[in-house]
Design a protein around this ligand. Structure first.
Ligand code: ADP
Length: 319
């Protein structure tokens, strides 16, 4: 292994830049040459590949987004597209590739690995919805962004005695809603992994109101329903004055938290080590504060699970 490549793909997340920086610096530390693929798998097929130096990744550790840009690319789901990608890498003498992204990007990395081209996946998504790791890069920052918004909404909710419904991202995973809900002191958290009972929610809200609570915050994961739909249901059940906040893409941006920067640095470093060890078709992760790696087949056939212990705790603490 003399030359490696790195790309970011799918939805971006804060901390991807810190991961790119770690891959580049670790590779150069080990006397490898590093190439950045710009624009995800689309850029790979088009050969949008440039050499990166130590200085190319200077001053990015604190920036959200990805300096390599990201893209979605239908062509890469085909064998022809994947072959074009491998050709581009081989033409430049690049022997292995680090792919930073989510589930979809991992499918691409596995496809290349199955065709004999070594790829290592780094979990980069705010959704925390990837198996084989307790945390993905960007999740912690997204949760902090959400609680910052919740704290502000709470101020106005108290002044006006209102029930606020906050819709957060997470695709089919409830992790962002759950963590931000617990950290933000939400009364109710609605996640795809657990069914909700509107009568029970209404009863709790009414009881809280009767004992003098001036506001309620309900966190709804986008994987369950929209904030607007949920508000309609709740208003029918309670007659409470509700307001809806959809936080949207602000959750994907911003300067990465210290946790995400450290996580990204550790993942980037391990990904390069794996390529140096001659391994491909694997993804890095973190379990009990130890950086681990698993076969991409195993990761892609295992469903991510949310921590239901936290869900139970949030219920106990919001009585
Ligand atoms: P994420 O990586 O954030 O989950 P996507 O699901 O959009 O984002 O996937 C990103 C890209 O990965 C897609 O645009 C496509 O180029 C590639 N990809 C997704 N699924 C596959 C697949 N089954 N085989 C090969 N490449 C895939």
């Amino acid at each position: 292994m003399k030359r490696i490549g790195v790309l970011t793909s799918g939805g971006d997340s804060p901390g991807m830049n810190a991961a790119i920086r770690a891959v580049v610096r670790k590779a150069i530390y080990h006397n490898l040459e590093v190439f950045g693929v710009f624009g995800g798998y689309s850029g790979l097929i088009a050969g949008n590949i440039k050499k990166l130096e130590l200085g190319s990744v200077g001053d990015i550790i604190h920036r959200g987004g990805t300096m390599l840009y990201s893209a979605r690319c239908e062509e890469f789901k085909t064998k022809e597209g994947q072959q074009k990608g491998i050709e581009q890498l081989k033409t430049k003498g690049i022997d292995g590739l680090v792919v930073i992204g989510g589930d979809g990007s991992y499918h691409g990395a596995r496809a290349l690995s199955e065709q004999g081209y070594p790829c290592i996946g780094i979990p980069g998504t705010i959704d925390n919805d990837i198996a084989g790791t307790q945390y993905t890069i960007g999740f912690d920052t997204a949760v902090n962004t959400v609680i910052d918004a919740v704290d502000k909404i709470r101020d106005t909710a108290t002044s006006h005695e209102r029930t606020f419904i906050i819709e957060v991202m997470g695709r089919n995973a409830g992790d962002i809603a759950l963590w931000a809900g617990l950290a933000g002191g939400a009364e109710t958290i609605i996640i795809p992994e657990e069914k909700y009972n509107m009568d029970e929610i209404a009863e709790r809200l009414i009881k809280g109101h009767e004992r003098g609570k001036r506001h309620s915050i309900i966190m709804v994961a986008e994987g369950v329903t929209t904030g607007m739909e949920f508000a309609k249901e709740l208003e029918e059940a309670t007659n409470f004055d509700t307001r809806v906040s959809v936080l949207g893409h602000m959750q994907r941006g911003g300067s990465p938290s210290a946790f995400d920067r450290v996580l990204a640095s550790r993942f980037g470093s391990r990904a390069v080590e794996l390529l140096l060890e001659g391994k491909g078709g694997r993804a890095v992760g973190i379990e009990n504060n130890v950086v681990v790696d698993h076969d991409l087949n195993e990761i892609l056939s295992t469903k991510h699970t949310v921590d239901l212990g936290i869900y139970k705790l949030s219920k106990e603490l919001s009585i």
